[in-house]
Design a protein around this ligand. Sequence first.
Ligand SMILES: [Zn+2]
Length: 463
Amino acid sequence: MSIDRVHRHIDDHREESLEILKTLIRQPSISAQDKGVKECARLLADIMRKFGISSDVIDTPTQPVVVGEVCKDPRAYTLLCYGHYDVQPPEPLELWESPPFEPTIRNGRLYGRGTGDNKGQLITHVLAARAWLEAAGGPPINLKFVFEGEEESGSKNLGNFVREHKAKLAADLAYVSDGGLHPSGRPTISLGNRGILGITLVAQGADRDNHSGNKGGVAPNPVWMLVHLLSTMVHPSGRVLIDGFYDHVRPIGPTEQKLLATMEFDPKSFATTMGLETIPMDGATYWKRIMLEPYFNINGFISGYVGPGSKTIIPSRAECRIDIRLVVDQKTRDIFEKVKAHVKKVDPRVQVLERGFGTMEASRTNADHPAVGVVGRAIKGVRGVEPFIILSGGGSLPNAVWPNILGVDHIGVPYANADENNHSPNENLSVERFYDGIHVSAQVFQTLAEADTKGELPRRSTT
Ligand SMILES: [Zn+2]
């Protein structure tokens, strides 16, 4: 069987694969500091070309995107593998046990900036494609690769890039390996993420702070303006009271409902990780809130005097910073307009500003999408265990570009160890997890091909 030869090829090339990853780690690619990113793009494209993957480095207004393709047959099922080759700044350098851009093996782990996040994961797809090309004449499906150079700086150009190259990137499913496995080492499948919308509310009173005795009762207090306004936006239960806020929230289906009830939940230990004594809810509610419901959060409130002693003033200005975590089908633009309309109606004196940086759309693939089971089979085949299904991460990632712009669903399968120290000093990737990753990708190509032959998988776009 071809797939056996492919797995054997991966085993026979372990050292070489690790060397390729080390070469990538040695090339800094810090998007936040614009250090070495373009060089890394060229290096990555060269590696891909060497394996027979036709690859290009495509410029954007900031950092280039590396795209690659192995086309088996234009009519075959097409998987798009996304990753990012840029890394976080390595500082503080003194906390690294070995220099961040000198890949070093210690205790079965490869240490270096980008090992887990995300060079060590994106290259597994390339190495799996290589194994298929060399051991079986080519993968059983079409493969496309999109490796971004500024994910760590907010993926500012990814949406436009996908829009401009829609035809070139056309695929049936997007596959994303980023982040870590469950702390137990058990594999996971992640089906989406919540979105985020950052908003600042600004209330202005008098043009200066005023004496709260001499002017109290006459000069307007902007803190009260915001307190009154905020109380009309969110009910004490957490329910958002803004008109139309829940209009587009996708209903939770029976498969999701079932998974929620079976998800691991230990109120005591979960509470400890949050610095709480207990979490007063059952597991299904806990997970539903974090994964499938929006949340309107106040993350900062700035006003008045909070220094030593006291200063009895009526502050002249108050500012409230908000992040709203959105769920799939709630669009940031629509929600922003709804917040603005609400403020205009309740207190038009308050200014509503959008904090552009960090705004991301939510996305979520339904749990009963046939590819979920197909990818799960591939993972089980390699790792011997059933993966956890994470319906949606609570945080935000740029994956919404796949359904919203390219029109394809996405599935996330992280390959790194849970303690990869991504974004921290001593980032690392377990060498065994790295090899597992190559095997899993290779197997996913196979199970998708089999399922497609049986007509089990939806085709979202024509290639
Ligand atoms: Zn990261």
